[in-house]
Design a protein around this ligand. Structure first.
Ligand code: PHE
Length: 460
């Protein structure tokens, strides 16, 4: 029961793992990771990214789960419940971040639905690369389509979150996550037999440290937050519905492991297409390029592509949906726990407000010139309302949130609380002392370095 007497609910068996993995796996894995890895020349970047996941992401994920399960509260309430006083501001920052992140994430998620329909109906048939590119450009400029798909995606998200933890989120993630893994496996088998697979593996796993720049290291740190849904209370919120039967370190290891696995799988599916069809590097370096303006044509040209194209886009849509529901849940849980709102009303009301904010992003990729040229930060990569929000979230809000969560759990939270939460459920190979060292020293110092680097003008 919470303060206003309503039942919060708890995950049942494996529910947390499905939901948290669903939150972590999303556009970050399937769209962003392959794209930034390509830009950073693979190999060494991948290695640094893996180290970031293990040394920064994993300990912070455990910290968020501890805060959530101990308090059984939303991101703000969690800090209050464990005597955090002013630290609740960190949770408040998380709720705001979730709000903003969802508003533009849903826009890109909507694109995957349009591309699913397009690939099913054969809209790309007979087109060449430049025509597919133009189609994407025209789609971005079409205000009705941009807003409609964003509305559809927010609508789906609202319906699921309104259903609550067990009947909504858990039920849908338990279906979608296995489906996602099956689709990935089919696509992977197909790609193993394609010509460029060997080249893709070499690119991904052969480190060439001479190509590694400080900028790449910073990018890897920032992306590890985004991809694991850390730094804004999503895992605090999901962790608050965890029971004592689950082991926190074990769950965190599984979620981080699956998230990383999917990011690497996505590269192994996408890169062979690039290498087999010798896609020009220019088309790769445009931000949204790889997924929407290059791949459709190559799915068309490959054996069985009429099947793999739609499968791929529906896979991305599923992955995005299990992430958007976690973003909305962060905001909704705050209004339910702290302000006493009812779930259905909170979900619909807040979902609509987020949808409205998202309209500005939806129209800022070419549809409305004033929004497309909006540039608060003034860098070329931040042109447009959409890119400005993404820059603020990825480069500032998530790392700053993650830093404070690490400092709070590492230095302020009582040792007895941490110790107790850490060892409920089964034990794992990552022992308490190792985690404690990572959360107290390694994670905050590494994150502080990125924040300082950003302040001194490094793009990442
Ligand atoms: N982890 C999600 C992805 O990789 C994005 C996300 C970030 C979701 C933060 C929830 C919270 O796409």
């Amino acid at each position: 029961m919470n303060a206003n007497g309503s039942e919060r609910g708890n995950w049942t068996k494996l529910g947390f793992i499905f939901a948290a993995t669903g939150s972590a796996i999303g556009l970050g894995n399937i769209w962003k990771f392959p794209y930034i890895t390509y830009e950073n020349n693979g190999g060494a970047f991948v290695l640094v990214y893996l180290i970031c996941i293990a040394a920064i992401g994993l300990p912070i994920m455990i910290a968020e789960m501890i805060l959530g399960r101990k308090s059984q509260r939303n991101a703000v309430g969690a800090f209050k419940a464990v005597g955090g006083g002013k630290w609740k501001i960190v949770g408040g920052l998380g709720v705001i971040t979730g709000f903003v992140l969802l508003s533009y994430y849903s826009v890109v998620a909507g694109w995957t639905l349009e591309y699913f329909i397009k690939s099913v109906t054969g809209a790309f048939d007979g087109m060449d690369e430049s025509e597919v590119g133009k189609l994407f450009g025209d789609f971005l400029k079409n205000p009705v389509k941009q807003i409609s798909w964003h509305a559809v995606f927010m609508g789906l998200t609202i319906i699921i979150v309104a259903g609550g933890i067990v009947k909504g989120i858990q039920r849908i993630t338990k279906i979608l996550m296995p489906v996602l893994f099956i689709i990935m496996a089919i696509l992977l088998i197909q790609s193993v037999f394609s010509e460029g697979f060997g080249q893709a593996l070499t690119f991904l796993f052969r480190p060439n440290f001479s190509e590694l720049t400080l900028g790449s290291v910073l990018e890897a740190v920032g992306h590890s937050f985004f991809t694991l849904s850390l730094g804004m209370g999503a895992i605090i919120t999901y962790g608050s519905y965890m029971t004592d039967k689950d082991s926190i370190p074990k769950s965190a290891i599984i979620v981080c492991g699956l998230d990383t696995f999917v990011a690497l799988m996505a590269c192994m599916i996408i890169y062979p297409i690039i290498f087999t069809f010798k896609i020009s590097p220019e088309s790769m370096t445009k931000s949204a390029g790889i997924l929407f303006s290059t791949l459709p044509i190559h799915f068309l040209n490959m054996p069985g592509g009429f099947l793999f194209g739609p499968l791929f886009f529906i896979l991305v849509a599923f992955a995005a949906l299990t992430s958007t529901i976690s973003l909305l849940e962060v905001v909704v849980a705050y209004f339910i726990d702290e302000l006493g709102w009812r779930r259905v009303q909170a979900t619909i009301g807040l979902g609509i407000v987020i949808f409205v904010l998202g309209i500005f992003s939806a129209l800022s990729n070419g549809a409305v010139p004033a929004l497309s040229s909006f540039n608060l930060i003034g860098k070329s990569s931040t042109a447009g309302f959409f890119n400005t929000l993404d820059y603020l979230v990825s480069n500032w809000l998530l790392p700053v949130g993650g830093f404070f969560i690490a400092v709070f759990v590492g230095w302020r939270l009582q040792v007895a609380v941490k110790d107790e939460e850490y060892y409920k459920g089964e034990k794992t190979f990552l022992n308490y002392r190792a985690w404690n060292f990572l959360i107290k020293f390694v994670a905050p110092v590494a994150v502080a370095i990125i924040i300082i680097a950003v302040i001194f003008g490094r793009e990442f």
